[in-house]
Design a protein around this ligand. Structure first.
Ligand code: FAD
Length: 403
């Protein structure tokens, strides 16, 4: 009998864990496994705020795929997925080649969502890949270098506006305030000239999170010199200028800033809708076993999927934690189908949420308990290192881990 082809799209949190689990569960005679990713490395998306601020080398967040998967069990294809043809059961790559599948796992992650805010997409940078964070770091450094180059000092060069106070925005700000003293020293900029502004439409940081923890995070940021503009939405961005104001009404203010960063939202990969799946913001509401509705051989996980939270009756926010748990379920389900068994239902179990505030502080809820400060910071590092354990690469904890 022909061995089925399992094709995994994307080597992020969801895709890589699926591949590693399948190579463990299935034997070489059971199936052919192919992993397709646009780079020959995986990056720790959850760490990207650190290289963006310049507090970590980008290479620390990078893991080569062939160091994680067994090349004799998983065929790695470096390529850009253009779309999936579910009728022909083919993945079409941007270079014109095709890959046939019997089972496909969609794990292509997300892209920044700018909600149609005029000029935001064109004029703001986003934390979305290893190269995007290299660009942010270098842009900030070059801006600091320009502060005095025209004879008189120009504060707009050292003004940084961050749109969004969700986890990505808060964690980036935490790293940035850690980095600013070094930047000031290096580029001879007085600390009081540097302006860091956070604009968030909700009335609190980390909307929806525990009020005591959000208050802690807000106070920490204010104490470290971040101007918080809560309850304000970005209304438009032009090169070097952000216009913002309360969501109701026409009152607006502007800030001249050479660095503008948007962290306010993600949607799923555009390949989802391009491949004909019904989705909201490129996120497919998946069946109980992570399959796409109406497609017995298509699994969708991570930022491309939506899983309903039975408590809030809204989809869970897209996180690495849910992508990883879905990956375990999907690997099990594909192995079950190949062995003629039925699939099992996916149930998300939140292990808690922790956000860093710079290197030594943070907030979070772990096993139902609130944690702050150094305890939260320690816990965040434990969680970050846990991914290497999930990948079954214990040596990477020593090589790339956080301590
Ligand atoms: P990803 O991990 O993004 O992987 C997608 C992969 O697909 C990438 O390798 C990409 O290169 C590849 N790809 C994309 N398009 C193509 C294409 N067309 N062809 C080929 N390959 C392609 N979540 C948490 O749980 N905890 C956190 O603390 C946390 N912190 C975060 C901090 C930051 C700064 C950011 C940006 C996100 C954070 N998240 C966090 C969210 C988390 O990173 C994502 O939810 C998670 O990475 C989603 O996993 P995924 O497998 O769907 O996609």
């Amino acid at each position: 009998m022909k061995r089925p082809n399992i094709v995994i799209l994307g080597a992020g949190f969801g895709g890589l864990i699926t591949a590693v689990n399948l190579q463990k569960t299935l034997s070489a005679g059971d199936a052919n496994i192919t992993l397709i990713n646009k780079h020959d490395y995986h990056y720790q998306t959850t760490w990207l705020h650190e290289p963006a601020a310049g507090t970590m080398k980008p290479e620390q967040a990078r893991i080569y795929i062939n160091d994680v998967v067994n090349p004799s069990r998983v065929k790695f294809v470096k390529g850009i997925v253009d779309r999936v043809d579910t009728t022909a059961k083919q993945v079409l790559l941007a270079d014109g080649s095709t890959v046939e599948y019997d089972y496909v796992v969609f794990a292509l992650g997300g892209i920044p969502e700018t909600f149609g805010i005029p000029g935001l997409k064109e004029n703001a940078m986003t934390i979305s890949s290893l190269n995007s964070v290299r660009k942010i770091k270098e842009h900030i450094e070059y801006s600091f270098a320009q502060y005095k180059t025209n004879g008189s000092a120009d504060r707009s060069y050292v003004t940084i506006v961050v749109g969004g106070a969700g986890f990505t925005g808060i964690e980036f700000l935490g790293e940035l305030v850690n980095r600013v003293p070094e930047l000031c020293k290096q580029y001879d900029v007085p600390r009081e000239a540097v302006r860091i502004v956070n604009i968030e439409a909700a009335p609190t940081v980390l909307p929806g999170f525990d009020p005591e923890l959000t208050t802690y995070a807000q106070k920490w940021l204010e104490r470290n010199g971040v101007e918080m503009k809560l309850g304000n939405g970005i209304k438009g961005v032009e090169p070097g200028v952000v216009t913002f104001g309360p969501l109701q009404g026409d009152t607006t203010e502007t800030i001249e800033a050479n660095t503008i960063l948007w962290t306010g939202g993600v949607s799923g990969s555009p390949i989802v809708e391009k491949s004909g799946f019904e989705a909201v913001r490129n996120r497919v509401m998946v069946e109980a076993d992570n399959r796409a509705p109406g497609h017995d051989n298509v699994f969708i996980i991570g930022d491309c999927s939506a899983v309903m939270d039975p408590v809030s009756n809204r989809p869970y926010p897209p996180t690495a934690q849910i992508a990883t748990q879905q990956a375990h379920n999907v690997a099990k389900n594909i192995a079950a189908l190949i062995n003629g068994k039925s699939t099992s239902k996916f149930t998300y179990e939140s292990k808690g949420t922790v956000a860093s505030l710079g290197h030594n502080d943070g907030i979070g809820i772990v096993m139902g308990k609130k944690i702050f400060g150094r305890n939260a910071s320690f816990m965040k590092k434990v969680i970050d290192n846990k991914h290497f354990i999930e990948l079954k690469k214990y040596g990477l904890v020593l090589k790339k881990g956080k301590f």
